[in-house]
Design a protein around this ligand. Structure first.
Ligand SMILES: [Fe+2]
Length: 268
């Protein structure tokens, strides 16, 4: 879960894990947990997976430790802080999702009644604000933003950073075809350098194979810019994504026209 807005804690069989805006919360499969909010409202980007969500292999050495060139290290991970056994009796519902179905289980004891645990499986938090951006003289390819990987998809972080510093660099990304993946971007904060017509909490989906690039004018606009304050989370999937019917009512039918020059009836 990416915490866009809101504060609180994840209560699980491993204890309590506090979270703040900008946190990624990695909760392993099979963890009994609940989200307790300390703010009235919150906004999460939730990514679920049948496989483990882990730091990319190329950031780790043969022993699994994060390497020096990795954009984060073990010190940046926050693990559950507090574990208090809960031995109340009553009726407690636990919802289990399996085979695409949610099933309710009713327990007559508190499902988080645990006195301790050991091992290397536990939920953890990693703040996007601790992601050290990788920059260069010329434009760096998207994998430099990679934060996590799972079976068939990756999660990337676009964070405030210095732009390419070659004297003739054009900081806006190049036009490209994402032939291998569908691209989903969630815009959390700041001005997104390559896009028009998006705002905070917008989600874009660029299906694979569609050549795309900066919006008209954005390439020229980027020349001479030194840095960006953008904050966004990208999910690249290596299998086609299917949009559910319920999402269609949130679609901005004009988004595709935002690539037209501004004077051709483009509202963005
Ligand atoms: Fe793209």
């Amino acid at each position: 879960m990416y915490v866009h807005e809101g504060k609180g804690r994840i209560e699980s069989i491993f204890g309590e894990l506090s979270f703040y805006p900008g946190d990624y919360l990695v909760i392993p499969i099979g963890t009994t947990y609940r989200v307790l909010l300390e703010t009235k409202e919150a906004r999460f980007l939730v990514v679920e997976s049948n496989s483990a969500i882990v730091p990319p292999k190329r950031y780790r050495n043969e022993h699994g430790q994060l390497l020096e060139h990795s954009p984060y290290c073990e010190r940046d991970f926050r693990t559950p802080e507090k574990l208090e056994p809960k031995n109340e009796k009553g009726e407690y519902e636990v919802r289990v999702r399996a085979q695409g179905m949610l099933t309710s289980y009713l327990f007559d004891f508190h499902p988080l009644d645990v006195v301790g645990w050991d091992g290397y499986l536990f939920p953890y938090a990693f703040s996007i604000h601790d992601f050290e951006p990788i920059t260069g003289r010329v434009h760096q390819p998207p994998p430099v933003h990679q934060t996590f990987e799972a079976h068939n998809y990756v999660v990337c972080s676009f964070v405030p950073r210095l732009f390419d510093y070659h004297p003739q660099a054009i900081p806006a990304p190049y036009v490209h075809s994402n032939v291998d993946s569908d691209e989903v971007l969630y815009y959390a904060d700041g001005d997104f350098m390559s896009r028009r017509g998006i705002k905070e909490a917008s989600i874009t989906l660029h299906p694979s194979g569609l050549a795309h690039g900066p919006h008209p004018g954005k390439m020229e606009e980027s020349i001479g810019k030194k840095e960006t304050g953008e904050l966004a989370v990208m999910i690249d999937t290596f299998r086609p994504l299917k949009v559910v019917k319920q999402a269609c009512k949130y679609e901005d039918p004009d988004y595709m026209y935002s690539w037209l020059p501004k004077n051709e009836g483009n509202k963005h």
